[in-house]
Each structure stands twice: as C-alpha cells, then as structure tokens.
Design a protein around this ligand. Sequence first.
Ligand code: SF4
Length: 223
Amino acid sequence: MITINFYTLLGQVIVILFIILLILISITLILGYYLIRRNKLIFPSLLLFTHSLTYPAIKRILIYLKFNDLIIDQIGIDLRNKVNQDKFSKLDAKDVIMVLPHCLRATNCPAILGESGIECVCCGKCCIGTIKKISNEKGIDVYIVPGSTFIKNVIKKRSFKGVIGVACPVDLNVSMTSLESFTPQGVYLLKDGCINTIVDVDEVIDLINITQPHTNYKKEDYI
Ligand code: SF4
C-alpha cells in the first residue's frame, strides 16, 4: 500500500514538474518571439529567469526537431543587449573594451599572435582594421582573441566596466551570460565558422558611437 502511494506521488510530482517546464518554455518562446521578431522587450526579468532555466531544454528540442537552434542563443543576446543598453550608453569609452574573434581576419592576415591576442596592424584586408581604427580614436581597447583563454587573460590584466563582444551566437550568448556584471553588448556573426566569418560592421560601430562621449563615426571614413 505504502509502495503504491509512493509511486503515485512520484508520478504526480513528475507530471507537475513537466507541466511547469512546459509553461516556462512557452513563456521563453513567446516573449523571445516578441523580442527578436517584433523588437519588443516584455517582462525582461521574467524572460531572463525563464531563458536561463530553459535554455538547455529548448536547445535540445530545437536540435531534435531540426529547427534553427540558434534562435534561443539570439534571444539571450538580444535580451541582454536591450537590458544593458541604457547603462552601457552612459559608460565612458575608456572603460569599455571590445573582444573580436580571430576568425574575422583575412586568410592572408599579416598580424602576429601576442600575449593579448592577435596584434592587428590595420592592413586593410579585413573589417577588423576598420573597427580597430575607430575604436582607437574613441579610446576603446580592442582584443582579437583566438579562444576563451585569452579573454580570461584580458580580464585579469585590465579593469573595465563595459564590453562589446562579437562571436558566433552560441559563444556570444555564453560569454554575455558569464560577463553579465560588465554590462555586455553583443553582435553575432552573420556567417560563422573558422575562417572568413562576417559581421555587420555598422552594428559594431553603432555600439562604439553610443559610448560616452557620443560620436558619429562611419565605416566609410576608415576603410
Ligand atoms: S586588418 Fe588586421 S586583422 Fe585584418 S587582415 Fe589586416 S592585420 Fe589582419
């Protein structure tokens, strides 16, 4: 009798937990849809909570159903961008760093690898040079990193209050979550991979421009 009651109770608990998970997943997907498709941020704290709780489950479901699983990463990135936007725009440019992935480099990049990542010489063969020139004028330090180890080195060496990150959606979502206390702003790659990746340079420059003091740099003037 006791055994039957125990298993009945266990079954009921599992069903209740499953229903709660379904509700949380629905909230994440509905609020996330409004965010990435309609550019509307509704109940940000709730979405932050449900997104971090349901991320692994939604990721697995989307992969299993062969849907675009990057959507859940894009929701996380857009969410943190919006939540941090106001605070980020009040930061002095000198307190902001930028982290770019080395895969943006041209295949015949002449830069060498230093202690803090790739040392770009602004040769003009890829967009990193343009972004670096504008960042230099604004006073934002740029780090071109081949991996997360270099990001840890940068964090140890230099103090900063804000960070602009560029990476593939999965890496960017993870990085923005772990760098939450540094008011992160992220731009995800339009084409990812190991080489010849693509980023919307204007979007990166917009983030440079909104740091203090506000500026109006344009890509065309620095190519
Ligand atoms: S602009 Fe910089 S990163 Fe790009 S190819 Fe030239 S040296 Fe390398």
